[in-house]
Design a protein around this ligand. Structure first.
Ligand code: SAM
Length: 280
């Protein structure tokens, strides 16, 4: 097997297949084995069902294929499919799908390929659709047990931020609702080909069972309303979804000051607000 992470190999494959990078598909291939190992080390794919989104040449997936139970590679760019077919020809546990991950019937795939069993996701994500991909996975009827994903560093900072941090955002609250997030490593822009403009980070999202005693749509309506008008007090920003009378009663009940801003409330505060408002 050739070293797919070596810039020389990438250039050889590109020449052989006449492949050119498509910037609009977020194609920045990893060319440093250390970071491939960090992703694989954290995902620990041994004996597991794995989906890789956007495998590119297969640099990360190749390491997973050696040890996992089943591997599905979902790649949108049809020019990469013959390259992937060749690079994974030695494995009979791997299936290559040429599709847009956002259009894929995920539940059907998991049922048919994994017999409905648990699975994990690994990906050096195409950054232009980071949030839609994460949302699709965690809001699915069959979410992965864990996701080990490369994202832009600034997105990682926003996901990991807590109340009081400058990067705290609706994304921070949204992810906390579903998952325990941690940073595996930061990744410099120099380890990609072509070199992107931004630094990256690898995150682990462990999807624990969320609090299903609360209506998640109502929680996210409140979070979105709050952060959409983050300069306003919560009494004003949240009044686009709940009446001010009810808000005042709920704030009083929970001991929350009505002149706070959305960024001052934790996930638990938002959950408790929804629960109290439902009783009014
Ligand atoms: N995994 C490879 C690596 O680390 O070297 C490539 C990562 S590159 C950042 C993102 C990959 O996602 C590209 O191969 C791109 O073609 C693919 N991609 C972009 N949009 C996609 C989509 N909607 N569905 C599936 N794959 C997509």
């Amino acid at each position: 097997m050739r070293k797919l992470y070596s810039p020389k190999t990438v250039r050889e494959i590109m020449d052989l297949y006449g492949f050119k990078f498509t910037k609009s598909l977020g194609q920045n291939f990893l060319i440093d084995k250390n970071f491939v190992d960090k992703i694989i080390g954290s995902a620990d794919p041994r004996g597991k069902n794995i989906i890789e989104i956007g495998p590119g040449l297969g640099t990360i997936g190749y390491e997973a294929a050696k040890v996992c139970k089943n591997l599905i590679l979902v790649e949108i760019d049809r020019k990469l499919i013959p390259i992937l077919k060749e690079n994974f020809s030695e494995f009979d546990n791997t299936r290559i799908i040429n599709e847009d991950f956002l259009k894929l019937d995920l539940e059907d795939l998991i049922e048919k390929d994994f017999g409905g069993e648990d699975y994990q996701v690994i990906s050096n994500l195409p950054y232009y659709i980071t949030t839609p991909i994460i949302e699709k996975l965690i809001e699915s009827k069959k979410p992965p047990r864990k996701m080990t994903i490369m994202v832009q560093k600034e997105v990682a900072d926003r996901i990991l931020a807590d109340v009081g941090d400058k990067d705290y955002s609706s994304l921070s609250v949204f992810i906390k609702f579903f998952a325990k997030a941690s940073r595996v490593t930061n990744v410099p822009k120099t380890v990609f080909m072509p070199k992107p403009k931004v630094d990256s980070a690898v995150l682990d999202l462990d999807l624990r069972l969320y609090d299903d005693s609360v209506d998640k749509k109502k929680v996210f309506d409140l979070v979105r309303a709050g952060f959409n008008k983050r300069r306003k007090t919560i009494l004003n920003s949240l009044s686009s979804v709940v009446s001010k009378d009810k808000l005042c009663l709920a704030f009083e009940n929970l001991g929350i000051h009505s002149n706070l801003r959305a960024e001052n409330l934790s996930l638990d505060d938002y959950i408790n607000l929804v629960k109290v408002i439902e009783t009014l």
